[in-house]
Write a protein that binds this ligand. Sequence first.
Ligand code: ADP
Length: 154
Amino acid sequence: MKRAIYPGSFDPITNGHLDILNRAAQVFDEIIVLVAVNPNKKFNFSPEDRVAMIQEATKDMKNVKVDFYDGLTVKYAKAHDAKHLIRGLRAVTDFEYEFQLASANEYVDESIDMVFFMAHGDKTFISSSGVMELVRNGVDVSKLVPESVIKRLK
Ligand code: ADP
């Protein structure tokens, strides 16, 4: 069985994340969406809320599970018998960051590989921080995030 991990902040999950997840779920037998817990980083939503929003948004995807973790993703992957990490690429700026991350991961454990999906054209501008900025300015974001997020933003 080919299991992959899709790690990220998901603060909150967006339709951009869901697009990557849908496509990755067709390539791997099982995907674990792994919500990053970092006590030194300030998030908009608690880990529990971020997990719940993803669970609700993916309830019809039978091969998707959700978990949270506060250590190195490659270690989580190893412990859960997954050899691939999924990430999404939007712009050149994502590439630089992801390339650095991939190199660091390789240094920690070279048996874990990263798999990248290019953002679809209409999703390239969607980011969690951008969504929150729009929300703070009273813009309707219902086309950018799933209903489980809209519910909690209200
Ligand atoms: P992190 O803080 O780890 O970057 P994010 O939740 O911001 O966590 O993103 C997780 C992954 O999803 C990253 O690889 C990011 O590039 C990707 N991603 C985020 N938004 C989109 C989008 N609109 N289209 C494609 N990939 C995306």
